[in-house]
Design a protein around this ligand. Structure first.
Ligand SMILES: CC(C)(COP(=O)(O)OP(=O)(O)OC[C@H]1O[C@@H](n2cnc3c(N)ncnc32)[C@H](O)[C@@H]1OP(=O)(O)O)[C@@H](O)C(=O)NCCC(=O)NCCS
Length: 346
């Protein structure tokens, strides 16, 4: 990127211009993505970020559940910072979500604050008095955490970002299989990919709604969503543009009751896997079903997607059961993710 002139620039900024990006403008979207990535990789060896295709697919196709606005900060015509403002359209009408990134060499010049000011103006115009943003802390340093705190945000929820390098040893897989074995006496594991089979779709929606209710979210002021068939099918279609999905679900053999599921995303053309939701329905807990479900998906990755080198997942710090399960798989903690929230005074 042609930023050679920055070396001689004083820390005080002459002029920052904030511009909305037209998602169909390929050059502008690529510049947005390039600057966003340059900020995310700084100081975060285990960072995980979206590909250009994933960004383009998410903003170029209308989403009935969320609107996203992309902003760039320009200094002398060059993009030096980015912001995304998300508004949920069918739930959480009090909330906005935001992510702000500033290219490393342009930091501490007020660019992040200028982007945040614009985000604030827009979310207030949309009637959203509350805003949430994620920041990452590696070791004890985080520009994002300091920035958000300086702007009045507080940490409302903390999750560990965990990583597992692939492949695990044969011994580790055998030990996991032995741990999961009791679950398989009473449950069978069914699996599917990008689209859930019609026969399981209703039960899958019920489990996803339960997941939204049950997953720990600390002090975040965020209402759990209800997943119905329309939402499931819309999300599946949108996701399939950029990710392959693996779902493993548990079915009680005695009566066919769907008892839990685990979900993985494999971004197209990338070398990693995202281990997302894992839920065991309340009446079915205590049989190591969570381990059995995660193991089924992990085996599918090893067998069918051997190019994948790493799994990423996130677990709430207080969620002892899931932290223990992840430790059994060999996950290590890479960084902490704080969800920071700011509410306008009433
Ligand atoms: C966080 C980030 C956006 C800040 O951008 P920036 O342009 O440097 O921010 P500003 O210059 O507007 O800083 C505003 C205030 O935040 C605080 N701040 C920002 N970075 C800081 C740091 N590294 N250490 C301590 N305080 C910091 C300061 O109070 C600063 O005011 P000051 O410079 O007058 O003291 C940038 O560091 C970044 O892109 N980080 C990676 C992505 C990220 O974490 N984004 C944030 C959440 S979505």
């Amino acid at each position: 990127m042609a930023w050679g002139w920055v070396a001689g620039m004083s820390k005080a900024l002459a002029h920052v211009e904030i511009v909305e990006v037209d998602p169909k403008d390929d050059a502008a979207l690529r510049e947005f993505h390039e600057v966003e990535q340059s900020a995310i990789v700084e100081d975060r060896p285990d960072q995980l970020s979206r590909s250009f295709d994933a960004l383009a697919n998410s903003v170029r196709h209308p989403n009935p559940y969320r609107s996203s606005t992309l902003l760039t900060a320009l200094v002398d015509g060059a993009v030096v910072g980015t912001a995304q403002l998300d508004l949920e359209l069918q739930d959480n009408q009090h909330l906005a979500g935001s992510e702000i990134n500033v290219a490393p060499v342009f930091r501490r010049r007020g660019i992040g604050r200028a982007l945040h000011d614009e985000v604030t103006t827009r979310r207030r115009a949309a009637g959203r008095p509350s805003i949430i943003g994620e920041v990452y802390v590696v070791g004890d340093s985080s520009a994002g955490f300091e920035f958000a705190t300086a702007l009045g945000y507080r940490s409302a929820h903390v999750e560990a970002h965990l990583v597992l390098d692939l492949p695990p040893s044969v011994e580790a897989l055998d030990a996991l299989a032995a741990r999961a074995e009791p679950a398989l006496a009473s449950y069978e594991i069914v699996t599917w990919g990008d689209r859930s089979p019609d026969e399981y779709a209703e039960a899958y929606c019920a489990m996803k709604t339960q997941m939204a209710d049950d997953v720990p979210t600390g002090e975040l002021d965020h209402e759990p969503i209800v997943v119905d068939l329309d939402r499931l099918r819309t999300t599946e279609e949108r996701t399939a543009r950029s990710y392959h999905q693996l779902i493993a679900a548990a079915r009680r053999t005695s009566d066919g009751t769907m008892s839990g599921y685990s979900q993985m995303f494999l971004p197209h053309g990338e070398g990693h896997v995202i281990q997302d939701d894992t839920l065991v329905m309340p009446d079915h807990r205590g049989h190591r079903l969570g381990t059995a479900l995660k193991l089924a998906n992990l085996r599918a990755v090893l067998d069918e997607h051997p190019e994948r080198q790493r799994v990423h997942t996130w677990t709430a710090l207080g969620n002892e059961a899931m932290l223990r399960t992840n430790a059994d798989f060999g996950f290590r903690q890479a960084e902490l993710m704080h969800e920071m929230q700011l509410e306008d005074p009433r």
